[in-house]
Design a protein around this ligand. Sequence first.
Ligand code: MOS
Length: 739
Amino acid sequence: MKFDQPAGQNPIDQLKVVGKATDRIDGKYKTTGTAAYAYERHDVVANQAYGYVLGAGIARGRIGAMHVDEAKAAPGVLAVVTTLETPRLERGKMNTAYLFGGDRVQHYHQAVAVVVAETFEQARAAAFLVRVDYLPEDGKYDLAAEASAAKPVPADSQEGSGGAGEERVGDFEGAFAEAPVTLDETYSTADESHAMMEPHATIAAWDGDKVTLWTSNQMIAWGHGSLAKILGVPKENVRLDAPFVGGGFGGKLFVRADAVLAALGAKAAGRPVKVALTRPLIANNTTHRPATIQRVRIGATKDGTITAIAHESTSGNLPDGSPETAVNQTRMLYAGANRLTAMKLAQLDLPEGNAMRAPGEAPGLMVLEVAMDEMAEKLGMDPVEFRLRNDTQVDPNKPDRRFSHRDLVGCLNLGSKKFGWAKRNPTPGRVRDGQWLVGVGMASAYRDNMSLKSGARVRLDGRGMVTVETDMTDVGTGSYTIIAQTAAEMMGLPLDNVVVRLGDSDFPVSSGSGGQFGANSSTSGVYAACVKLREAVAQRLGINSADAVFADGEVRSGNRAVPLGEAAAEGDLTAEDAIEFGDLSKQYQLSTFGAHFVEVGVDVHTAEIRVRRMLAVCAAGRILNPKSARNQVIGGMTMGTGAALMEELAVDTKRGFFANHDLAGYEVPVHADIPHQEVIFLDEVDPISSPMKAKGVGELGICGVGAAVANAVYNATGIRVRDYPITLDKLLDRMPEAA
Ligand code: MOS
């Protein structure tokens, strides 16, 4: 099905199942420990051996020799596969660093060997007996030192945000020079790690030339293609299966060393092999969100109308890598006739920077929305009022291109009302609650809405059950549930009559999970398949499909009412289709919007920061399942709190690696750290987006919230920190007198 005209009335609009707050149908498996993650799939194949990945101990250079005799002779060892004996393997097209093969070390903890043994402990012990002769070379590890050499380069985050290296509208420099009120500040954000609960893990088993990988991956079709290329086998000989994924956050968009080395280890050992990346390998062996240095300049008239806005971001990456797309939102969020945005890239030899938790907008809004707060203060304006003043209904870079639907104003107004923003004391450092200095802050939220082609197969059986199969993944997001809701709505069935099967490369190719495109794209694919199934049912029953009503488990036409299952009495009815998105997203800008409001307390003696309450108001099209959408948004709000207050990979700029490579040293907040999180969804539909009239919402929650936290810290203390995260050492010696 081609989607190239705005959606009209369709069966989803009944909202009997879609749009209802629905418990996750996989919830019972998650809470009883029966949702098996990749490493725990003991039953899929017998005789599983254990692989342990050894990472390089230098950040850049070559390997002269590897000594493996001791390891091979160690107890339980079945095979040792080294990078030196393996020709450099192809890369998946999304990978920057090579995953394995050859003598070159591009980054610290790049995989150099996999040791396969009967037990995990034996594999690990033997891996430490492998001796590697390194020929180290000098590398560049310090973004601040390399930033001046950075050049603007175009980028595509694969998740919506991207564009030319530099974009200009009007005459920024001229307008900025003439503006009566200006701001020119530079900010920095840290390298961050995905820190998902389930590590990257794969069980691989060969059957002749065919390999099956039970793995953990967000994008089955991308992984399928990449693994065929990396392993040098035809696609039809590779199968990936990932029914449950314990979080990805962008770290599992692309296949990683666990999958490649499980396959190579299994081949060498002649038996199935499971490999999990240990927690330390996740920081340095896989990808991360790159640190940024961002300069923002805003010029405005005295009444707060922006006349000039510039946002330049510099980040680093390996050769061939991309910059962080941190200026994306600044192209779209506020009006202003004279504009400059640029993404600059410095070459670094740190591990690969790539997509993480709303790449682009998350670190970009962390900065832009603090700059907006600073500018509002310079103007003597309320920060909400300043944003309202500069709303735009068109793409500021291409004014004849409208937003499909944009209600940032509605989010800001409802949010201020519900949060009690009017009670804010605009003078920082004035509100005390016992030992706490209390402050409030706000920020706009913005995230692109992207759609990807997505397919599904639906099958009706004689009992009136519908089974949906698609390679879509559920990365903890609720895909099983919204897909079941969609099929139930389309076929006029209760939710219990729908079975959803996900994550298998034998199923039709879906959008996969990333860039908050998964929910809207994958349910639209299920919609398309169900439209075909409805036609097949009508045809089988001899009903004109235009007259058929699917409701309450029946198909009705005129006076006739037939149980749906009867259409499949003589054999299952199967239909398959994919939604393909035309150029509506070129004619219109499709984006999601929101407003974040945060209250913090800062301990007057220790500068400890506690988030006391948070509110997000989101405008993201139709909300398919308010319950799982809320889960997504409060998860994002918690992650954004991490970016603002604690998440930081500490770079060893001499040796070129991230030093705090575990969850003891790399701290992430959890929901329990924040006593009160509220989410309000504006009641809206976006017929330009899809037949579901929905948009992405999963990443909107993280976009802007970090800035709202930082602005609240400023309001509490009067201390403006521009280097994130705001760890308490950056506040302590500047705290106001405690007395
Ligand atoms: Mo993307 S960072 O996997 O949503």
